[in-house]
Design a protein around this ligand. Structure first.
Ligand SMILES: [Zn+2]
Length: 49
């Protein structure tokens, strides 16, 4: 499981933190600077009786 993966809100590509080596943290694909954290969705099983 990769931790700390970011998703660019502009091009919606996943970017590893290792790729953000610049202090400005720009997207290497489109140059956008706003990211959201990508977390794996936690699926909870609800048992209905
Ligand atoms: Zn981007």
């Amino acid at each position: 499981m990769s931790e700390g993966e970011l998703v660019c809100v502009s091009c919606n590509k996943r970017i590893a933190k290792e790729m953000l080596i610049t202090p400005e943290h720009r997207c290497p694909f489109c140059g956008y600077r706003i990211f959201k954290k990508s977390r794996p969705p936690i699926v909870r099983k609800v048992v209905s009786k």
